[in-house]
Design a protein around this ligand. Structure first.
Ligand SMILES: [Zn+2]
Length: 254
């Protein structure tokens, strides 16, 4: 894959040179085929240089994830979760296990409604609490009618088996491929949240390229438990798919 991406990028430059365009203009053209990962020369420290479209990964001032220091005030649990059951439509996008959620579920917070689009899993957690990772973190990704993103993050720690996560574990594809509907299996994201829904609120970004900013983050202060076997099953597919914490650059918690 690396070889293919290199070949394509070289070809793009050649075409630009042949057309007599300024190199700067060529370099600014997004290269959709750029591949990224979590280790080595395509790892998180290099994302900003892999593709001009990924510049925010390097240059952004409000990036995610972040560390949530000890003593940070948790916001009172005022998110209204209008979640309904959904068919389980689950895939492996080459970076994470991801489930696309049925239309009709949303959250209301800060005077706005955001529709639940999908959830996906990271191991270890991306956010840290006082420098400590949880075993995993799940991200529930929402979007408002005017295109704004809100992500609810939940820490997943080893403990008791969690029935709400069991269909996700059981049907998580081991190999990358398109999402498939698992017939006869439904899930409900409401059951995947902690009972106490106090949260840490800050403004950040997507934690994967292109690291787009303007994302409203709601990180649940209380973790959810999964059994060691459940965590291990997810880790067997992806472990190490987390971006290191990013500087706050003067941002405050809301
Ligand atoms: Zn994520």
């Amino acid at each position: 894959m690396k070889t293919k991406a290199h070949a394509t990028n070289t070809m793009a430059l050649t075409i630009c040179a042949a057309a007599g365009l300024a190199l700067v203009g060529c370099a600014a053209a997004p290269q959709k085929d750029a591949k990224w990962g979590y280790t080595g020369d395509r790892g998180a420290e290099r994302w900003g240089q892999l593709d001009p479209a990924f510049a925010d990964c390097d240059d952004g001032r409000e990036q995610s994830p972040i560390d949530i220091p000890a003593g940070t005030h948790a916001h009172s649990p005022d998110i209204v979760f209008n979640y309904r059951a959904s068919a389980l439509r689950i895939g492996n996008n080459g970076h994470a296990i991801k489930a696309n959620y049925d239309a009709g579920s949303s959250i209301s917070v800060e005077g706005k409604t955001y529709t639940l689009l999908q959830f996906h899993l990271h191991a270890l957690s991306e956010h840290t609490f006082a420098g400590e990772h949880s075993d995993m973190e799940i991200h529930f990704v929402h979007q408002s009618a005017d295109g704004e993103y809100a992500v609810v993050g939940v820490m997943l720690d080893r403990g008791a088996e969690n029935a709400a996560y069991e269909p996700v574990r059981a049907h998580a594809p081991k190999k990358p491929g398109r999402a498939k509907t698992i017939h006869g299996v439904t899930i409900n994201a409401i059951d995947m949240l902690p009972t106490d829904r106090s949260y840490y609120r800050y403004d950040g970004s997507f934690t994967t390229p292109p690291c787009t900013e303007g994302v409203k983050w709601f990180v649940m202060a209380t973790p959810v438990e999964l059994s060691g076997a459940q965590i291990s099953a997810f880790e067997a597919i992806y472990s190490g798919n987390y971006r290191p914490v990013q500087p706050m650059n003067g941002r405050a918690f809301h």
